[in-house]
Write a protein that binds this ligand. Sequence first.
Ligand code: 4NP
Length: 152
Amino acid sequence: MKILVVCLGNICRSPLAEGILKSKLPEGFVIDSAGTISLHEGENPDKRATSIAKKHGIDISKQRSRPITTEDFEYFDRIYCMDLSVLEDVISLAKNDEQRAKVSLFLEEAGIEGNNYEVFDPYWSEMDGFEKVYQLLDDASEAIKIKLTSNS
Ligand code: 4NP
């Protein structure tokens, strides 16, 4: 199973989700992340995201931001979006119903309703915002792991 997680800049939320999912899911899963904008293309994750991940034992420092491409809709089986605006932009890039069916909200897949199933953008917040986002992504990744690895 191949999973792509998508946020706006691919320097805060989706790199964290990529790192957390990689730490939880067994061999055989391919996990990558991307952004809907190319503003930060080629950059490593935001230092605050790297620092929160490191605090929890996960190294995301070598990831590089990249924008989502039309090929991603063919290669990946699931495309998880961090908020409604990202979801709308990602769906607008899908070519057909089969591709659209791959796209969903990360928190909806995890069954964590919260604030409209949205992972808030911590970019403009302090470290406490990054810690909250980390915890939310960790809870969601655990639920997604159970969902994707159970045989039922
Ligand atoms: P992300 O956060 O979508 O979680 O990576 C952001 C990163 C950069 C910007 C906004 C959000 N930006 O406006 O540059």
